[in-house]
Design a protein around this ligand. Structure first.
Ligand SMILES: NC(=O)c1ccc[n+]([C@@H]2O[C@H](COP(=O)([O-])OP(=O)(O)OC[C@H]3O[C@@H](n4cnc5c(N)ncnc54)[C@H](O)[C@@H]3O)[C@@H](O)[C@H]2O)c1
Length: 255
C-alpha cells in the first residue's frame, strides 16, 4: 500500500481524491486545500476505516504526515512547480496536473529534482491512455501509413466568459501562465510530441479574439518535427466545437 495524498480538491482533484480513496494499492492519508471545508466535505463523503487528515496547505501536510509517499497536485498552474519541488524535496513521488509548469525553466528544475531524488514525477496527460489515441500510436508505429509527412490538428471549442469568471486564476498570465495553449491544448501538444517526436522548429501566433481576459483564447502554429513531418495546428476556446486530425504518411492517411 502506498501512502498517498491530494492537494487541491475542488475540481479535478476531487476525482483524484475518490480514485485514491478507493484504489486497492493506495492508503489515502491526507488532503490539503485552502478551502478546508470543501476538503472535509469530500472526506465525509467517503466510507473510510481511517479518514484522511485535512490540512490547509501543502507545507502543513508535509510536516504533519510522516510516512507519506506520494502526492497528487491539482492546484492552479502557477503552484505546480513550487508544490512539486517541495514534495520531491520531501522525498515524495509526484503526480502533478497539466501543464507541468508555467515556465520551461521551472519544468526543467522539477525534472532535475525528480532525477536527483530518484522519485517518479508524472504529469496529468491521461489522453495518452484513451483508446483512440493509443490506437493512433499503434498504427503509426506499425508503419501503417508509412513515414508521416504532414499533420493538420485542430482543437476548437467554446468557453463562455462565465467559465473564466467562476475561477479567475484561469484567465491571468500570473496564475494560469497562458490560455488555451496551457489549459486545453497542453493535452494536444503532449499527444503530438508523443506521436511524432520532438519538434525542431515552431512558429506561432497567439491572440485573444473574443474574451474579456488577458490570456490568449486562440493559437495557430506551424511545427517542423525533427523527423521532418510538418504540422499545422489550431487551438481555440472562441470557436464552434471541432476536434479534427488529419495525419498523412507516404503510404496513406488517417482522418
Ligand atoms: N488532466 C485533465 O484532464 C484536467 C482536467 C481539469 C483540470 N486539470 C488541471 O487540474 C488543475 C486544477 O484545475 P481545476 O479545474 O480542478 O481547478 P479548481 O480551481 O477547480 O481547483 C483548484 C483547487 O486548488 C485549491 N488551491 C488553490 N490554491 C491552493 C493552495 N495554495 N494550497 C492548497 N490548495 C489550493 C483550490 O482551493 C481548489 O480546491 C489545473 O492544473 C488544471 O489544468 C486537468
Amino acid at each position: 500500500m502506498l501512502k498517498t495524498a491530494v492537494v487541491g480538491v475542488r475540481g479535478v482533484g476531487g476525482g483524484h481524491f475518490r480514485a485514491l480513496a478507493s484504489h486497492p494499492r493506495s492508503e489515502l492519508v491526507a488532503v490539503a486545500d485552502l478551502d478546508t471545508a470543501a476538503a472535509r466535505r469530500l472526506v465525509d463523503e467517503q466510507d473510510h476505516g481511517s479518514a484522511p487528515t485535512v490540512f490547509a496547505s501543502l507545507d502543513e501536510m508535509l510536516d504533519g504526515s510522516p510516512g507519506l509517499e506520494a502526492v497528487i497536485i491539482a492546484t492552479p498552474h502557477h503552484l505546480h512547480a513550487p508544490m512539486s519541488l517541495a514534495a520531491l524535496e520531501a522525498g515524495l513521488h509526484v503526480y502533478v496536473e497539466k501543464p507541468i509548469a508555467i515556465r520551461i525553466s521551472d519544468a526543467d528544475r522539477m525534472v532535475e529534482a525528480a532525477l536527483q531524488r530518484q522519485r517518479v514525477l508524472a504529469v496529468g496527460h491521461q489522453y495518452r491512455t484513451y483508446p483512440g489515441n493509443a490506437r493512433l500510436k499503434q498504427l503509426i508505429e506499425a508503419d501503417e501509413i508509412g513515414s508521416v509527412q504532414r499533420i493538420v490538428w485542430q482543437w476548437l471549442d467554446t468557453r463562455p466568459e462565465s467559465y473564466y469568471d467562476r475561477d479567475p486564476w484561469r484567465s491571468s498570465w500570473a496564475h494560469a501562465g497562458g490560455g488555451v495553449l496551457l489549459n486545453q491544448a497542453s493535452h494536444d501538444i503532449d499527444l503530438l510530441c508523443w506521436l511524432f517526436g520532438p519538434p525542431a522548429e515552431v512558429s506561432a501566433t497567439l491572440m485573444n479574439r473574443g474574451h474579456r481576459h488577458e490570456v490568449e483564447d486562440t493559437a495557430l502554429a506551424t511545427v517542423r518535427f525533427a523527423s521532418g513531418a510538418l504540422a499545422s495546428l489550431q487551438f481555440s476556446t472562441w470557436d464552434r466545437c471541432l476536434n479534427y486530425r488529419q495525419i498523412a504518411g507516404d503510404l496513406g492517411s488517417i482522418v
